[in-house]
Design a protein around this ligand. Structure first.
Ligand SMILES: C[S@@+](CC[C@H](N)C(=O)[O-])C[C@H]1O[C@@H](n2cnc3c(N)ncnc32)[C@H](O)[C@@H]1O
Length: 386
């Protein structure tokens, strides 16, 4: 037993005080890590179930409370009972995942292949490998992949490749504007015999006729603003088959961001999807998506942790971790200000899907729902401020 009552209540108080500014360290995540440590589970098992930064935050807390020892030379963390030898959390994630899934090498190649310069004008920002796996697991648990016709509305994540490598979809189509991504997906598809179809198309315009009404599942991670979500989800909805039960996945933020998604905006979004597009929200997985630049993904996160625990206090530790994990693209330099991290995946079921935006996203649509790209909103705000 490594935890006593007093320690647990201190932990709860600490986490509560931390929650508003750090969506990664919730009482729930820290308590879950403690429980797992108590059970002597391997860290790889933990990190394939928890966000990496939650693991880091909780490990830091335990270290500063004297519950964990850290050996920098040996790269180990230990309690009096158990010792873990770990080199990189990312390696651990992949290890953890690969124990369940056989395509480890292919996933590593996928991460390398999608590591292209981000076009921030297209709101590109891939999710990390952990989030890819979570998303796959969620879609698979609802039986939305195997034997299904699946369309990806924008795919800088290469989620289409993950689903094809790890699942058994009948048909997979990716629609995107960025040829570099489509080529990368095509190459991986050819290499692994996945038969993914890629279509270059600007989603400002309706989907090509032959893609409409043909799919069981759509998946999108749109720009994070009302206009962007409604446009990408509308295109996904237009791709769904009619009169059978189908599903769509989209992502939105759960925190109030004055410029992008305030409470009222989220309320409006959900109402439009259910009332106007005839969707039933069946599941929302909180804090399930984390964005990271591919370059950061290669960083040895354990090194970050080992260096950060040299800081004299827990607060300094958190500052250090936050800096180290902060991605570098221009778009997300504003990341901390906008706390993009606490994004959730929503699954919506449809029977009589009806896209809200049927024609082009024109001036009229923009007047009603705002711009499509979140960066445009942020840039405007920054220009006004300076
Ligand atoms: C919009 S990004 C989303 C990234 C992430 N959710 C974010 O905003 O932080 C997802 C994909 O949509 C593609 N995309 C952006 N605008 C598009 C457009 N007008 N037509 C087609 N694809 C587009 C991007 O190339 C990218 O691959």
């Amino acid at each position: 037993m490594i935890v006593d009552e007093r320690f647990l209540s201190e932990l709860v108080a600490f986490c509560r005080s931390k929650v508003p500014s750090d969506p990664n360290l919730t009482v729930y995540e820290a308590a879950r890590l403690l429980r797992q440590l108590e059970d002597g589970v391997a860290i790889s098992d933990i990190s394939c179930k928890m966000m990496v930064s939650s693991v880091m935050a909780a490990l830091g807390f335990l270290y500063y409370k004297g519950v964990l020892n850290v050996n920098r030379e040996e790269c180990t963390v230990s309690t009096p009972e158990i010792e873990w030898n770990v080199k990189s959390f990312i390696e651990l994630e992949i290890k953890g995942v690969s124990r369940l899934l056989p395509q480890r090498e292919a996933i590593s190649r996928l991460l390398r292949k999608r590591d292209v310069e981000i076009i921030f004008e297209f709101s590109q920002l891939p999710i990390n490998v952990e989030s890819l796996m979570r998303k796959f697991a969620l879609m698979q648990s609802f039986q939305d992949i195997d034997g299904k016709d699946v369309i990806f509305i924008g795919d800088d994540d290469f989620m289409s490749v993950v689903c094809s490598l790890l699942g058994l979809p009948r048909r997979v189509v990716v629609v995107d504007l960025d040829e570099r991504l489509l080529e990368g997906i095509k190459e991986l598809s050819d290499e692994h015999g996945l038969n993914i179809e890629t279509v270059k198309h600007n989603l400002i315009h309706p989907l090509p006729k032959e893609l409409q009404g043909s799919f069981d599942t759509f998946c999108t991670d749109s720009p994070h603003c009302l206009g962007g979500i409604l446009l990408f989800v509308s295109r996904g909805v237009s791709a769904l088959k009619r009169d059978v039960e189908t599903a769509g996945y989209f992502v939105f933020q759960t925190v109030n961001e004055p410029l992008l998604m305030e409470f009222e905006t989220r309320q409006r979004l959900v109402k439009l999807i259910t009332n106007e597009m005839n969707g039933v929200i069946q599941c929302m997985l909180p804090a399930s998506i984390k964005y990271i630049t591919p370059r950061d993904e290669k960083e040895k996160l354990m090194d970050v942790f080992l260096n950060a625990v040299k800081e004299p206090s827990l607060d300094d530790y958190f500052k250090r971790i936050e800096e180290a994990l902060r991605p570098s693209s221009r778009f997300i330099e504003f990341y901390p200000e906008f706390s993009m991290e606490a994004a959730l995946i929503a699954r919506v079921a449809f029977r009589k899907p009806k896209p809200l935006i049927e024609g082009d996203y024109d001036k009229e649509a923009e007047k009603k729902y705002g711009p499509v790209y979140s960066w445009a909103i942020i840039e405007k705000h920054i220009a006004e401020k300076s």
